[in-house]
Write a protein that binds this ligand. Structure first.
Ligand code: THU
Length: 128
């Protein structure tokens, strides 16, 4: 995938900024828009655990709050043996903004890569 090295660097640097004092599990995301802008995201936890926001959603919400809603690629990384697998809530948020052309790259610190579309990651999603 084009841009992988650049997006991987943004995602892994963002993971270092994760606020994860409860799980100590750091996740980073780098979201590339169709217009060429890159939005980073890290997970942000809370003492009230359910208020935690995942790295993927932080990146998507940053973009949308800037008026950017069309995307090419997202790279998501963590220090896991296998490429990180996004939670169900993030899959649903991705399905709101990603069409099937968006390349979702799941990876890890060893850069083991898995590339998927939103249809593969969340088949039969809820949409209005
Ligand atoms: N987390 C993410 O940021 N993205 C994922 O894809 C999976 C989970 C975060 C949420 C929480 O801060 C920590 O990882 C442990 O669940």
């Amino acid at each position: 995938m084009n841009n992988f090295n650049m997006l991987y660097k943004v995602a892994s640097e963002s993971a270092e900024k994760a606020y994860a004092p409860y799980s100590n599990f750091k996740v980073g995301a780098a979201l590339l828009s169709k217009s060429g802008d890159v939005f980073s995201g890290c997970n942000i936890e809370n003492a009230s655990y359910s208020l935690t926001c995942c790295a993927e959603r932080v990146a998507i919400f940053k973009a949308v709050s800037r008026g950017v809603t069309e995307f090419k690629t997202i790279v998501i990384t963590s220090n896991t043996p296998e490429p990180i697998s996004p939670c169900g809530a993030c899959r649903q948020v991705m399905s709101e903004f990603f069409d099937d052309s968006v390349i979702i790259v799941l990876t890890n610190n060893n850069q083991v890569k898995k590339e998927l579309s939103i249809q593969e990651l969340l088949p039969y999603s809820f949409n209005l």
